[in-house]
Design a binder for this molecule. Structure first.
Ligand code: C2R
Length: 189
């Protein structure tokens, strides 16, 4: 998982149009590869926004020392935001947050008999001093959007991409209203 220290950068076009991907800015961590189908939504969004990211599996329950080592070293490696997804008794995002000042976004994963509410409460109910920004159950895409919005504070190019993305969401509703206006009912005014 450890990579060389170097200046983080967003991906740019290299020779022949192939993307040159810089050091990771976002670190995606999941408690198990069984969380991958959900966490891939975050990867897809970061890819679309051309934000370099890394992805690893770590577990506060199964590999506690590795989690602490990762969290303590993440900022020095140039990581700006950590997205941590976990299901069941999801200690992982909180344990990471305990050992870093980087913002940690937690993704509760639905995968147990408690339908993800167990993970939601585990991630959400952090004690004062150790916040984890918690998205909806299986809300990995929103975690990536939030990470991009955080980085938009200092990255103007990314801010513009996010503004275009949000404008696109508005157009979707405009089209929905145009479609709804076509519905033909006797008493529809
Ligand atoms: P397995 O499928 O590997 O048995 O894992 C994982 O995120 C996964 O959703 C089942 C579930 O256990 C979760 N897990 C945690 C932690 N480590 C694994 N919540 C942790 O440290 O918080």
């Amino acid at each position: 998982m450890e990579k060389e220290n170097s200046t983080p950068s967003l991906s740019r076009e290299g020779r022949g149009g192939s993307p040159v991907v810089g050091s990771p800015l976002v670190s995606i961590i999941m408690g198990s590869t069984s969380d991958l189908p959900v966490m891939e939504k975050a990867m897809k969004f970061l890819d679309e926004m051309e934000v370099p990211f890394e992805v690893n599996a770590l577990s506060a329950h199964r590999t506690p020392e590795a989690v602490e080592q990762f969290a303590k070293g993440a900022a020095a490696r140039g990581i700006k935001v950590i997205i941590a997804g976990a299901g069941m008794a999801a200690a992982l995002p909180g344990v990471i947050a305990a050992s870093t000042t980087l913002p940690v976004i937690g993704v509760p994963i639905k995968g147990s008999v408690l339908d993800g509410v167990d993970a939601l409460y585990s991630i959400l109910q952090m004690p004062p001093g150790i916040p984890v920004a918690t998205v909806a159950i299986n809300g990995a895409m929103n975690a990536a959007i939030l990470a991009c919005q955080m980085m938009s504070l200092y990255d103007e190019a990314l801010a513009q991409k996010m503004a275009a993305y949000k404008a696109g969401l508005g157009q979707k509703i405009e089209k929905a209203n145009a479609d709804l206006s076509q519905l033909d009912y006797k008493f529809k005014v």
